[in-house]
Design a protein around this ligand. Structure first.
Ligand code: UD1
Length: 435
């Protein structure tokens, strides 16, 4: 398997441009299936999850045309119902959005249970509840999701989510756009990519209101028309470079971002003594000579994102004192801890709580990327560590970070990819989790 080889100890310096938001892109591509026209999507990140979703929609009959490396046109006018390509679908989490878009477009769907990072059990019961409220019959069995709408058209409904779920909120929005009547999603998630999906849908003629609050109203429309939409910058990619700059004691200007989306990360970094200066569409991060401890609890937006938890964990290993992380979203998101221990970190985990005895210099070691963000965290650890770190299973990282190695090298990092010719497509180990 390909791996990253990192010689640590060099502070990052310079400027980095942030790509489009992964978690917006992976919902917008399936949603394009609903559009009766040509839908141009700009600022798409060049990552493997996006490539796979474009392959999936093209397999369903959409014409997909690359205009440049970050712009595609999706024309779904000739799409026809068929089973979605299972091998691809079970490798990524966001394939669950095909449930909403296929039911909305065709009134029927057959998809696999989604794959993606393994943080413990990741049920889709809230997605199923939403689709059923909209009038679909859903059967989840043997790793497949089968959906059918009597009469072919979903109808609006009032749906209260039992859990604040990003995926269920966005999936129900997608399904409701062409439904008859009004849908109200209560206890909705409020992440920036939810607002981005709503803006995308509205720019194609949908009527979605309230995205970014906990109540979203979708007034169904007859059809969506073509248009052009630019995806927002990736909050988590930006946050990852912010932490990398802070952890290496460097100074990095992170460009093409929306500072408001980064406020929870900015606030936490400032607590550690890191200097963060906000500008209109960039932030400058200057590492502190001595980092202070901090406690972190991950929460739905606008709380501290779970997708930044492993990266901030690395930073807190370097900070003086004892820090406590509480994971508020997932049961099992500390698999990276055993890898960090190999590098000399002192961390104890008890359920959803992790206690870090900071202030130790990390030392290079061979480690694994246990999942996407854990992989990014291991890279940050390698950049800070004395000596050489090898990060294996990098296919996880490439699911979500555009040109990670190239961007880090441009900031002065000593990191390279060691390629092995017999590498597979890189998805063999992605775990498909049953309901
Ligand atoms: C999405 C993101 C992921 C991020 C997460 C939380 C994508 C493709 N993935 O994942 O990067 O870590 O949001 O910000 O956008 N839950 C249920 N039943 C459901 C759905 C969720 O119990 O039907 C639970 C989950 O197990 C978890 C919590 O709700 O404990 C939040 O999950 P959710 O927000 O749905 O995460 P994902 O959409 O899977």
């Amino acid at each position: 398997m390909d791996k990253y080889v990192i010689n640590g100890g060099k502070p990052l310096h310079g400027e980095v441009e942030i790509s489009g938001a992964k978690n917006a892109a992976v919902a917008i591509i399936p949603a394009a299936l609903l559009v009766d026209g040509v839908c141009r999507i700009e600022n798409l990140p060049q990552i493997s999850d996006v490539e796979m979703l474009l392959t999936i929609v093209s397999d369903l009959g959409c014409k997909v045309k690359y205009i440049n490396k970050s712009t595609v046109e999706v024309d779904a006018r000739n799409a026809t119902y068929k089973d979605a390509p299972f091998e691809l679908m079970r490798k990524i989490r966001a394939s669950y959005y095909l449930i909403g878009s296929m039911l909305g477009r065709f009134g029927v769907c057959k998809t696999t249970m989604p794959g993606g990072c393994n943080f413990g059990v990741r049920p889709i019961d809230q997605h199923v509840k939403g689709m059923e409220a909209l009038g679909a019959t859903i059967d989840v069995k043997s790793g497949f999701v089968l959906g059918d709408v009597q009469g072919g058209k979903l109808h609006g409904a009032r749906i209260y989510l039992d859990k604040v779920s990003v995926g269920a909120t966005m999936n129900i929005m997608i399904a409701a756009v062409l439904a008859q009547g009004r849908t109200i999603i209560e206890n909705a998630a409020r992440e920036p990519h939810i607002v981005d999906l709503a803006n995308f849908l509205n720019s194609m003629g949908a009527d979605v209101r309230g995205a970014g609050t906990d109540t979203i109203k979708v007034n169904g429309v007859e059809k969506l028309h073509g248009g052009c939409y630019t995806i927002i910058p990736d909050q988590i990619e930006a946050g990852t470079y912010m932490v990398a700059a802070a952890a290496t004691g460097g100074e990095v200007l992170i460009k093409n971002i929306i500072p408001k989306h980064l406020e929870c990360i900015t606030a936490k970094l400032r607590e550690t003594g890191t200097i963060v200066q906000q500008y209109e569409d960039s932030v400058l991060v200057k590492g502190a000579s001595t980092l202070r401890r901090a406690n972190v609890k991950t929460l739905p937006y606008p709380g501290f994102p779970t997708d930044m938890q492993p990266q901030i964990g690395v930073l807190l290993c370097l900070a003086n004192g004892t820090s406590v992380i509480t994971e508020g979203i997932y049961d099992n998101r500390y698999k990276y801890v055993s890898e960090l221990r190999k590098m000399g970190a002192e961390i104890q985990v008890d359920g959803r709580v992790c206690v870090i005895e900071g202030g130790h210099r990390l030392t290079g070691a061979p480690v694994m990327a246990c999942d996407l963000r854990a992989g990014a965290a291991m890279v940050i650890a390698g950049l800070c560590a004395a000596g050489q770190t090898e990060v294996e299973d990098i296919h996880y990282i490439e699911r979500g970070y555009e040109n990670f190695v190239g961007k880090l090298r441009a900031l002065g990092a000593d990191i390279r990819i060691e390629e092995f010719p017999d590498d597979q497509d890189g998805y063999d180990k992605v775990v498909c989790i049953p309901v």
